[in-house]
Design a protein around this ligand. Structure first.
Ligand SMILES: [Zn+2]
Ligand SMILES: [Zn+2]
Length: 166
């Protein structure tokens, strides 16, 4: 699916919801949805606000927050609560990747894992219709591994030196 086809599809989902619930079709909601699906990957509310601003749409933080809440309910957006940061992601037809989360610094990388993705789509669910998935793999990133192992090494170097001088 092309990005434009996805944008059209998610607009349709929002349309359907707004009409069915007799909500007003405010242009803001559509502008926000379009911006969400213009990001390639995760983004913060600030980044979303900036993108909208660059498109001459000024939206308050409260409106952004509430709109994202609605999109999450409609399963158009997932919210990632990572250490010290909340990020969002358009999740419609966006299941080609999994998330690598560092439990020390909180950094998140998206990695492609066709094996896992195809294993999940091949999984048979019991009395359950699957809509989608978000997967997190927790661990320690390379940077933190280096940082965590460094002090130990330098201590043992010092120990060795001290032993030599004795
Ligand atoms: Zn992601
Ligand atoms: Zn880390």
């Amino acid at each position: 699916m092309t990005n434009n086809a996805i944008k059209k599809k998610v607009r349709g989902i929002l349309d359907y919801y707004l009409v069915r619930n007799k909500h007003r079709k405010t242009p803001e909601r559509y502008a926000i949805l379009d911006a969400v699906y213009s990001f390639d990957g995760h983004f913060t509310l600030e980044e979303l606000g900036k993108l909208l601003e660059s498109r001459n749409f000024r939206v308050s933080r409260a409106t952004l927050y509430n709109t994202m809440k609605l999109f999450i309910e409609l399963r158009l957006v997932v919210r990632h609560r990572f250490i010290g940061q909340t990020k969002y992601e358009g999740c419609y037809k966006n299941e080609n990747h999994i998330h690598q989360v560092c439990t020390v610094c909180g950094s998140v990388d998206e990695i492609l894992s066709p094996e896992i993705v195809s294993a999940i789509s091949a999984t048979r669910f019991h009395r359950f219709h699957k809509d989608g998935f978000t997967l997190y793999i927790y661990g320690v990133c390379a940077k933190c591994q280096r940082r965590l192992s460094r002090p130990k090494n330098s201590n043992s170097d010092k120990d060795k030196k001290e032993q030599k001088t004795k």
